[in-house]
Design a protein around this ligand. Structure first.
Ligand SMILES: [Fe+2]
Length: 184
């Protein structure tokens, strides 16, 4: 637990290190986190399977993927905190992505992203729960992979065929063992 590193590995010959402090620094502004928490907590427990611990894992996965896929890490951080904010249930809820995308579109002025990344974020949120495994924008695919790499928390081994980017497929074993050791 004292290990400062969330991640320290080489993929394809390039080493990337991510510390807990790096993750803390990458969090969106406090007022955005408060907004996401308030919205989520209207219906579900923040300590549940789609709550804050999941957001943190998605953020960690997302920062690693943002590095290797060369996309905006800020968009991954916003995806992490908002993608499940319109869930009505911790069970099957096939439209929660579309509701969360509409929620973000109504709040464009407070989302600190350039327009192209904002559009990617909205599409990633909109479709993240659908059986879609490819998109022209690597930012969108990185968001989906960041979420799907945390399926280990529910005892589901991420399926390489359902991951979109090569770095994510290489991270399956790392993400799985991390989620199985009880600290997810
Ligand atoms: Fe999620």
């Amino acid at each position: 637990m004292n290990d400062p590193f969330v991640f320290h590995q080489a993929l394809n010959g390039s080493t990337f290190s991510l510390t807990r402090a790096d993750v803390d620094r990458a969090l969106p502004d406090e007022h955005l986190i408060a907004l996401a928490e308030a919205e989520f907590a209207r219906r579900l427990s923040l300590d549940g399977i789609h709550g804050r611990r999941h957001w943190r894992r998605v953020l960690e996965n997302g920062l690693i993927l943002a590095h290797f896929n060369r996309v905006n890490p800020q968009a991954l951080a916003l995806f992490a905190i908002f993608h499940d904010c319109q869930r009505h249930s911790d069970g099957r809820d096939p439209d929660h992505g579309r509701r969360a995308a509409a929620y973000l579109q109504q709040r464009r002025e407070i989302i600190p992203l350039p327009q192209a990344d904002f559009e990617g974020l909205v599409r990633a949120v909109e479709l993240h729960a659908d059986p879609v495994f490819s998109d022209p924008d690597p930012l969108v695919m990185s968001c989906w992979d960041a979420d799907r790499l945390n399926l280990g928390r529910a005892g589901i081994l991420p399926d390489p065929a359902r991951l979109c980017t090569p770095p994510a497929r290489q991270l399956i074993d790392w993400a799985w063992s991390r989620d199985q050791n009880g600290s997810w």
